[in-house]
Write a protein that binds this ligand. Sequence first.
Ligand code: NAG
Ligand code: NAG
Length: 246
Amino acid sequence: MKRFWALILAAALLLNEWCVVNSVPRRNGTSTTASELSGILKKIVSPCTTEQTNCNNPDLDIVFALDSSSSINDTEFKAQKYATNMIAEFIDRHSPIAPDGTRVGALTFATDVVREFELNEHTGLESVQGYIDAIGRRMGGTNTKLALETAQLMFEDMFLEESWKLIWLHTDSMSNLGDPRPRATSIKKQGWIICVVVIGNHENVDGIDDIASPGCVVKFGSFTEYAKVAKKAQGPDQFDEFGYQG
Ligand SMILES: *[C@@H]1O[C@H](CO)[C@@H](O)[C@H](O)[C@H]1NC(C)=O
Ligand SMILES: *[C@@H]1O[C@H](CO)[C@@H](O)[C@H](O)[C@H]1NC(C)=O
């Protein structure tokens, strides 16, 4: 029994470590670069190192959590959706979205949370992107706590043991409706990953760093910058139909 717990602990430590390795010490106010973003995403989609022989890259269950609070205007919300689609595209290229592969769900959060689509609803990149495009902007506060709780429920409702769980959460301000940290801690204890995209005030990092898995905080001055960097992170040969030139 002791041995068993030692193994579990070792696995948990390993999971914790992968992101730390990737974390870059950040000067105050610096934005995440395209290569840093693609580095973080690559770690998630292909965690196997070349030395590991019996390692298969996992399928992912991803919930995108889009901030739809009142402080975000229509242009910014569109940029957020565009960037989310770029992240989905990056992941799809390495870990294809398919019924028996990587699955994507999405929610929006303001004062309340709307489950926009579930993990089993869309079985390919194009369909996922179309539905993200169609998400409407709402208004309200920033209920990060409820967003995390809802993402966890979305995983549990379509539970697949073997898939890695990733919450890709956007926010332009601190949660102002309850403390999201206890929930974040319990989600991470399960070995699930929380990445946080922080838009705007870079100094306001304390609570955010506690929510995110180690090294999984990315920061941008604006949603437009995030969209450009997410586009650029695709690599040089990805064409741009929306005009977010990197
Ligand atoms: C960043 O700058 C702000 C003031 O501009 C300061 O309060 C904060 O402590 C700084 N953070 C770090 C990590 O240096
Ligand atoms: C939306 O917000 C951004 C950033 O604050 C600002 O630059 C832009 O002018 C705003 N757009 C509209 C249509 O209000």
